[in-house]
Design a protein around this ligand. Structure first.
Ligand code: SAH
Ligand code: SF4
Ligand code: F3S
Length: 478
């Protein structure tokens, strides 16, 4: 590879290592020489993937702002474009390749533009190789572990005129005190932990995000207290496996304890994602029953309803164990809305095993579900599992599952008709003029008539009058 400053390249084998070493906390700091590098220049951040990426993009925007860049009015004309990518399934990556094609045209129009790729895709050896070899318009490639190096990487690119690549395959540290430009003024992402040690056999995340590491509880509580002071109404606690919170750091403090402590900060709403059923524990269930701010919604990915498939996915629970937790939660909080993720056509999944997934959907009666066809990810164990299903069989299974899941969406919404729900107002509704929309505690999208923009960011009472599959309609009470 000519004309590339290679600082570090990804190494999936190294990324698989889990050594017992202390997690380092890095306090964000930026050299003065970088603080004016972006003066008079603009930036745009394009984000794909999960909420973890959304939160990282807020840090990236914060760093760029501290370097003097301002947000571009027209993203495709920005001086620096950051593409924050996702590697979870082939179709997530295909979207990125498509956007990269679009950016080629943008750079032709503006040759001094700097295009940076970051997030989970660069952590894959093949993807980074492709960025460097077949996408000449890509200038900087960095990964999930070194967002704080962005100023140096940009400076290096400006100085040398060459591509710069730095992708670290390490256990990962914790970045504190980084500047952030939050997208919302009333809903905030709050990372509680990073990484994943579950190693589900289909999943790339443990390789792209490093080991499980929890932030200090004091830092999280301080962040939420500050958000309350700034007028935030809702926090969503983030981690690939939030229920493992604290295990790497404390002997007597877990995710449930954190929920109880954050409830005391005065924040109106607490949500969290994502939960792993194995680590979802009794104290968290109690928090759902006892803490006013902990919202009555849980996203609890099940992936499959068949014990043998679950075993080969390395999910470490059975259909019955999953149901036991769901039933315990429903007993503690009968109105709880439960959503999930399900993968169909995992290699070797038989028709009978697929039926067990459908049965489980009937047992839980999910309020919603994200459904996926298994996508082989290079570097993961399931990549090489034999998959004998035809494309048509896979699609049929997905459609059967979607039909089943959809039948519960409407029921999940109908139960609120006639009740009054507090709605955190997001903004104008696409459902009609003079309408606003927002989310109820159970995470139902609610549209209601009002043209009062002062309600945006506030929690208002709405009487639900009508239910549809994907939303509810109501009337403003206050
Ligand atoms: N940490 C979270 C989120 C992981 S990614 C969790 O454990 O749930 C979100 C979802 O993508 C997963 O729940 C899973 O359903 C799906 N997914 C992950 N890898 C996949 C793959 N290789 N093929 C298809 N779906 C996948
Ligand atoms: Fe992936 Fe499993 Fe970790 Fe979720 S828990 S991020 S599915 S390895
Ligand atoms: Fe995608 Fe990485 Fe999140 S693969 S789902 S952006 S952790």
């Amino acid at each position: 590879m000519k004309k590339v400053n290679t600082i570090a390249l990804p190494d999936l084998k190294k990324a698989r290592n889990r050594r017992k070493e202390e997690t380092k906390t890095i306090l964000f700091d930026m050299n003065n020489e970088y603080k004016t590098l972006g003066n008079g220049k603009t930036y745009a951040v394009m984000t794909y993937g999960c909420q973890g990426n959304e939160a990282d993009s807020e840090v990236i925007s914060g760093i760029l702002t501290n370097m003097g860049y301002t947000k571009a009015e027209e993203p495709l004309k920005a001086d620096v474009i950051i593409l924050n990518t996702c590697a979870i399934r082939a179709n997530a990556e295909d979207r990125i390749w498509g956007v990269l094609g679009q950016l080629k045209g943008a750079k032709r129009e503006k040759p001094d533009m700097t295009i940076c790729i970051c997030g989970c895709m660069p952590q894959e050896e093949n993807a980074t190789q492709k960025f460097l070899e077949t996408y000449p318009h890509v200038d900087i490639v960095f990964g999930t572990h070194n967002i704080n190096s962005l100023p140096q990487l940009i400076a290096k690119k400006y100085d040398s005129g060459k591509k710069v690549v730095e992708v670290l395959s390490e256990q990962g540290g914790i970045l504190e005190a980084a500047p952030k430009i939050r997208v919302s003024k009333y809903k905030a992402w709050v990372n509680v932990m990073f990484g994943c040690d579950e190693f589900c056999t289909y999943c790339i995340v443990p390789y792209t995000r490093g080991k499980e590491r929890s932030r200090a509880k004091e830092d999280i509580i301080k962040e939420v207290e500050q958000l309350v002071k700034e007028g935030y109404q809702e926090v969503t606690l983030l981690g690939q496996n939030v229920n493992a919170y604290g295990k790497d750091r404390y002997t007597d403090y877990s995710f449930g304890n954190l929920l109880f402590d954050l409830d005391k900060t005065g924040i109106a709403r607490i949500r969290y994602t994502t939960s792993h059923p194995r680590d979802f524990d009794d104290l968290t269930i109690r928090a759902h029953a006892e803490c006013k701010s902990v919202m009555p919604h849980l996203h609890l990915p099940v992936q499959s309803g068949d014990d043998e498939v679950l075993r080969r996915m390395n999910r470490k629970y059975t259909h019955a164990e999953y149901m036991e937790k769901v039933n315990k939660l429903k007993a503690a909080r009968p109105d709880i809305a439960i959503t999930t993720d399900i993968i169909v056509a995992f290699p070797g999944e038989t028709e009978e095993q697929f039926k067990h997934t459908l049965d489980l959907v009937d047992e839980v009666k999910y309020d919603g579900a994200y459904t996926f066809i298994f996508s082989p990810r290079e570097g993961t164990p399931a990549y090489s599992y034999e998959n004998t299903l035809t494309e048509e069989e896979k699609k049929n299974r997905l459609q059967t599952l979607i039909d089943k899941v959809n039948s519960y969406y409407l029921k999940g919404n109908e139960r609120f008709v006639g009740t009054v729900q507090p709605v955190l107002v997001d903004g104008p509704s696409k459902n009609g003029d003079d309408m606003l929309c927002g989310y109820t505690p159970h995470n139902k999208l609610c549209h209601f008539k009002s043209n009062n923009p002062d309600l945006i960011g506030k929690i208002v009472n709405v009487k639900i009058t009508e239910a549809f599959s994907w939303f509810v309609i109501g009337e403003l009470c206050d």
